[in-house]
Design a protein around this ligand. Structure first.
Ligand SMILES: [Zn+2]
Length: 318
C-alpha cells in the first residue's frame, strides 16, 4: 500500500523508501504530493486529457504524435541519403506506402486480385514486395545487417536510420538498404511489365556496383567544389535536305561499361531513326549502334543526298 510508505507526520518514509527505490525515483517522489485520505480514494484516469477522462480522439492524437516523433529523424534522413534523387524519392513514396501495388490497385477498383504475381504467396503490398516476397527474401538472406522488426514502418525507418552494422562503414547502411529496396522494386516492375525481361545481373551484384558508384560520385563531389551552370536549350532543326543527329553516351568510370543513344531527325523534326545500346565498352559502341541499326542504312541514304549535322555532349563519339 502506498499509505504504508507515509509517516505518522504525513511525510514520505524516506528511510524505508531509500532501501527500495533508486535515488532518481526518490527525487521524483519528493516533488509529488502525498496521498492524503481527505482527498478521497485513488481512481484511474486518462493522463492525456485535462479532465482525466478517456476519449478515442485523444488516444488517436497521442498515437499519431508518438509515431511521428519516433520516425521524425528518418524522414529527414531519407533526403540526406547519399544516393541519387530518384532513390530518395522512391524511399519517400515507400515510407508513405503510395506505390501502386496490387493491393492499392484493388482498393482503387482497377484490378480484381491483390495476389503477388511473382510468388503467389499473398497480397502484394509494399511490405510483401520489399520484405516477404521470395524474390526479396533471396536478397536479404545475402545482405547482412538488416534490422529486423515485426512492423513494416519499424523495419523501414529502423533500417534507414541504422548506422552501426558490422563490416559496413558508419552511416552507410541506410544508403545500402535504400539502394537494394529500389532495385527490388525496379526488378519486379521489369519482370511484370516487360515480357522479354532477362535478368543479366542479380540485384545483389547490381546493388553493390551501384553503391560503389554512389560512394565514388559523392567523394568526388565533396573533394572538388563544382560550379553548376544551368541554361535552357531547345532543339533546332538542320537546314533543308539535311539530317540532324543528336547522340549522347555515358561511361562507368569504374569498369568501363558504356551506353549510347541517339535520334536522327529531318528539318521538320520528324524522327525516322532512333537507337540505344548498352553494355558496350567505352566509346566504340557509339559507331556500332548507328551503323548496326536497320534505320542506319536510311540515315546513310539521306546523308548521301544532303548532309548530316551532329550534336553530342560526348566528344569521343565523333
Ligand atoms: Zn511475392
Amino acid at each position: 500500500m502506498v499509505a504504508d510508505m507515509v509517516t505518522a507526520t504525513g511525510e514520505w518514509d524516506s528511510d524505508r523508501l531509500r532501501d527500495l527505490l533508486p535515488s532518481t525515483v526518490l527525487e521524483y517522489m519528493a516533488a509529488t504530493p502525498l496521498p492524503l485520505a481527505r482527498l478521497g480514494d485513488d481512481v484511474p484516469g486518462w493522463r492525456w486529457d485535462e479532465k482525466r477522462q478517456f476519449q478515442v480522439s485523444s488516444a488517436y492524437a497521442v498515437l499519431m504524435e508518438v509515431g511521428e516523433r519516433r520516425h521524425a529523424s528518418s524522414w529527414s534522413k531519407i533526403w540526406s541519403l547519399q544516393v541519387p534523387q530518384r532513390v530518395r524519392v522512391f524511399m519517400w513514396i515507400t515510407a508513405l506506402r503510395r506505390h501502386l501495388t496490387n493491393v492499392e490497385r484493388v482498393r482503387r477498383h482497377i484490378a480484381s486480385s491483390d495476389v503477388c504475381s511473382l510468388c503467389h504467396g499473398g497480397p502484394k503490398d509494399i511490405d510483401h514486395v520489399l520484405r516477404f516476397c521470395t524474390k526479396a527474401c533471396e536478397l536479404w538472406r545475402c545482405v547482412l545487417g538488416q534490422e529486423v522488426a515485426n512492423n513494416f514502418d519499424e523495419w523501414l525507418h529502423g533500417n534507414i536510420t541504422r548506422s552501426l552494422v558490422a563490416n559496413v562503414e558508419r552511416g552507410e547502411w541506410g544508403m545500402r538498404f535504400s539502394v537494394f529496396c529500389w532495385l527490388l522494386w525496379k526488378r519486379r516492375c521489369s519482370m511484370v511489365l516487360d515480357g522479354d525481361f532477362v535478368e543479366r545481373e542479380s540485384v545483389l551484384d547490381r546493388g553493390n556496383h551501384f553503391i560503389l558508384e554512389c560512394k565514388a560520385a559523392y567523394s568526388q563531389l565533396h573533394s572538388v567544389p563544382m560550379a553548376v551552370h544551368r541554361r535552357e536549350q531547345w532543339w533546332e532543326g538542320p537546314q533543308r535536305g539535311w539530317v540532324k543527329g543528336n547522340v549522347d553516351a555515358a561511361v562507368n568510370v569504374n569498369d568501363g561499361r558504356a551506353a549510347v543513344g541517339g535520334v536522327f531527325r529531318d528539318e521538320s523534326g520528324e524522327i525516322f531513326c532512333r537507337s540505344t545500346s548498352g553494355g558496350g565498352r567505352t566509346c566504340c559502341c557509339g559507331a556500332t549502334t548507328v551503323g548496326g541499326s536497320k534505320d542506319g542504312r536510311r540515315v546513310g541514304e539521306l546523308v548521301s543526298l544532303g548532309g548530316m549535322e551532329f550534336s553530342t555532349g560526348f566528344l569521343q563519339l565523333l
